[in-house]
Design a protein around this ligand. Structure first.
Ligand code: ADP
Ligand code: MG
Length: 350
């Protein structure tokens, strides 16, 4: 193709916003994840997720967190507006899930967003409607306890190709969402999570319900059942003075026949993340003890925030570490110790 000199000019803001929104919110699970994380950041102890038609028609996240104060209503859904980060350096000491101020603004572009919220300083709640550019278009008083409800209808209606893909794959997307919610149900301490779905005229079906326990063990029992828990053993490895990994892993003879990618949950400082190298290592070491099965793994890495970078991908599932090789080495040594000390199981099941 012959190339000709052309003028370089800025893309208009609305178009940039639309392009970026589809990268922040990739699918149903990333949309709901953003809302659940907002509720956790708001200090909620009860979070209810209500799906209509598996999320295709609408999804709603209701929390009892701190609520949003009226002086924030106008800027709530504007791009890069956040209460969590003021300066780039704040990233080093970040303790919240969110920090880019992109979720609500992206959801506005991709669907119809409304918010109902009340802080403890207000006697009534406010219902807010936003347009596709994130501007507040209507505001009215309503009754509600302290907390926030965010409702998104018709996700991806503004992106015809994604919308088609979304409805075609809805059952798969729904499965992915439940698996992701399991991750939050496992790691969140003292938070009750409830998720339900209503399809057509059918009665509401509750698909996840946790007790809000303070222990990982109780959460595993709630999510996977007591039988699964009895096949796990604790992991507690000191990686360095300031880093450790805690959680549970299948006993050598008691994994599962399936490749349970969906039952390996990794967290860094309580944030669900993808850790392909850790997963590979866990599977490899487990294979030495049990070549026919795969392990269930639920592990939380505590690592100083200055030693990791979560600002890698829009969904924050990928994470970089300042010293990844030391983490993997210490993990390898720790897991080898665990498997050598449970060698009795190993010989029975080999
Ligand atoms: P971020 O989480 O990165 O700040 P969001 O677009 O997800 O960006 O949210 C924008 C802001 O809206 C948040 O910083 C927070 O102040 C407020 N917010 C969103 N959801 C809630 C909620 N459920 N409860 C309280 N405040 C919320
Ligand atoms: Mg957020």
């Amino acid at each position: 193709m012959e190339s000709t000199a052309t003028t370089i000019r800025p893309i208009n803001k609305a178009a940039v916003h639309r392009i970026c929104a589809g990268q922040v919110i990739l699918d149903l699970s990333s949309a709901v994840k953003e809302l659940v994380e907002n509720s956790l950041d708001a200090g909620a102890t009860v979070i209810e997720i209500i799906l209509k038609d598996y999320g295709l028609e609408s999804f709603q996240v209701i929390d009892n967190g701190c609520g949003i104060s009226p002086n924030n209503f106008k800027v709530l859904a504007l791009k890069h507006h956040t209460s969590k980060l003021g300066d780039f350096h704040d990233l080093q000491s970040l303790t919240t899930f969110g920090f880019r101020g992109e979720a609500l603004s992206s959801l506005c572009v991709l669907g119809d967003l409304t918010v109902e919220t009340r802080t403890k300083n207000e006697s009534v709640a406010t219902h807010l409607t936003f347009d596709h550019s994130g501007l507040l278009t209507a505001e009215r008083k309503t009754a509600r306890q302290v907390g926030t409800t965010v409702t998104v209808k018709k996700l991806f209606s503004s992106l015809p190709v994604r919308s088609k893909e979304f409805s075609r794959n809805i059952r798969k997307e729904y499965g992915k969402l439940i698996s992701l919610l399991n991750a939050y149900a496992l790691i969140s301490k003292g938070v009750r999570l409830v998720c339900s779905n209503t399809t057509g005229k059918n009665a509401k079906s509750v698909v996840l319900k946790t007790q809000g326990s303070d222990s990982l063990k109780d959460n595993i029992v709630t999510v996977f059942g007591v039988n699964t828990f009895s096949c796990l053993e604790p992991v507690d490895i000191d990686i360095s003075e300031s880093c450790k990994v805690e959680g549970f892993l299948s006993k050598p003879g008691q994994g599962s026949g399936r490749n349970l990618g969906d039952r390996q949950y990794y967290f860094v400082n309580g944030r669900p993340v993808d850790m392909p190298k850790v997963s590979k290592l866990v599977n490899e070491l487990y294979k030495g003890a049990n070549s026919r099965q795969y392990p269930i793994a639920i592990m939380n890495f505590t690592i100083p925030t200055r030693a990791c970078d979560v600002n890698v991908t829009p969904d924050k599932r990928k994470i970089f570490f300042s010293d990844e090789s030391s983490i993997l080495l210490a993990l390898r040594e720790g897991l080898e110790m665990i498997y050598s000390s449970s060698s009795s199981c190993y010989s029975v099941n080999k």
